[in-house]
Design a protein around this ligand. Structure first.
Ligand SMILES: Nc1ncnc2c1ncn2[C@@H]1O[C@H](COP(=O)(O)OP(=O)(O)OP(=O)(O)O)[C@@H](O)[C@H]1O
Ligand SMILES: [Mg+2]
Length: 284
């Protein structure tokens, strides 16, 4: 193999000729802005074009907006949930690796159909198995895959154009949300907090409903879920629950469940056979 073959093999690509000595100029595959000459040692760092910079700023703005929306409209037990992603999900066995791969595939599918192909995703299993972790990880994956935005048709002058709009995503721990609803009856601050979260839960592009079924079982809770399902029937939902299918039907009724099942085919992840990570942390 000649020297240029070696350079290619070690990840360098040719990119024009050296302005100093006329020999071929190379850049590392992973770093197309840096160019160097192996003959005379000339190096240059190409600055990004204005267009590229503008695109990066627009992406960063959409990312900030989407993450601010998530933080401001969510109802959670611990802010720790915002740090859960696929990067810090480390499968400890084959079963967890399967869960991760299935969740990644579903997140990619959701990102591709963000506008027209609603998905209702169920993460079901016992406590400490990583359901909430995976739900948040899927949310971040969708945000990343879709560049934090969706194309929305808007009127510009006398015609319509597609504009990239930040994705609205929210995380609601269901029993905390129900407690907030109760507290909002007597507390004005809680009432405005509840209204904000309730509105985002009804309108967000993706809503995680965490720990469905943990709240106590009564008609008021049943009705709240029923009303929500009527509104979110054709929008993306990711549900985590400890309850089995039959128990979910018993608790929330056939009407809500049939709405949920409408977009749920193939979108079920079972955490059966996975270990309780809270117990593992305590060494039990
Ligand atoms: N494979 C994993 N890699 C890293 N951390 C994990 C993994 N699985 C679970 N965890 C961690 O274990 C803890 C429990 O996980 P999580 O809260 O997601 O469980 P859960 O199934 O939602 O439980 P619950 O039903 O009680 O809400 C979290 O801190 C989570 O980050
Ligand atoms: Mg959980």
């Amino acid at each position: 193999m000649d020297i240029s073959g070696l350079k290619t093999r070690f990840g360098f690509l040719q990119s024009g000729t050296c302005p100093q000595c006329g020999a071929p100029l190379y850049h590392p595959k992973t770093c197309p802005h840096v160019h160097g000459c192996f003959e005379c040692g000339y190096t240059s760092i190409a600055t990004k074009s204005q267009e590229e910079r503008l695109r990066e700023i627009q992406l960063q703005n959409r990312k900030d907006e989407a993450l601010n929306y998530l933080r401001n409209t969510s109802c959670f037990g611990s802010p720790k949930v915002f740090n859960y992603n696929f990067g810090n999900y480390s499968p400890i066995d084959e079963k967890e690796a399967q869960v991760r791969n299935k969740a990644l595939n579903m997140a990619d599918k959701l990102a591709k159909g963000i506008k027209n192909d609603p998905m209702h995703i169920f993460l079901q299993g016992g406590t400490g198995r990583g359901k909430t972790h995976i739900a948040m990880a899927m949310m971040y994956e969708v945000l990343h895959e879709s560049d934090y935005s969706k194309a929305v048709k808007k009127r510009v002058g006398d015609k319509y154009e597609y504009k990239q709009t930040p994705l609205a995503v929210t995380f609601v721990n269901w029993s905390r949300f129900m407690t907030l609803k109760q507290e909002s009856i007597r507390d004005d601050d809680k009432a405005s907090q509840f209204t904000l979260i309730n509105t985002s839960l009804q309108t967000a592009d993706i809503a995680i409903i965490d720990d469905l079924g943990k709240e106590s079982n009564n008609d008021w809770y049943f009705q709240t879920f029923d009303e929500l399902m009527e509104i979110r029937e054709d929008q993306h939902i990711i549900i985590t629950t400890n309850l089995e299918g039959e128990d979910l039907i018993k608790r929330y009724g056939d009407r809500s469940m049939s709405r949920l099942r409408k977009h749920a085919r193939g979108n079920f992840i079972s955490f059966a056979g996975i270990q309780d990570h809270r117990m593992l942390k305590e060494g039990k």
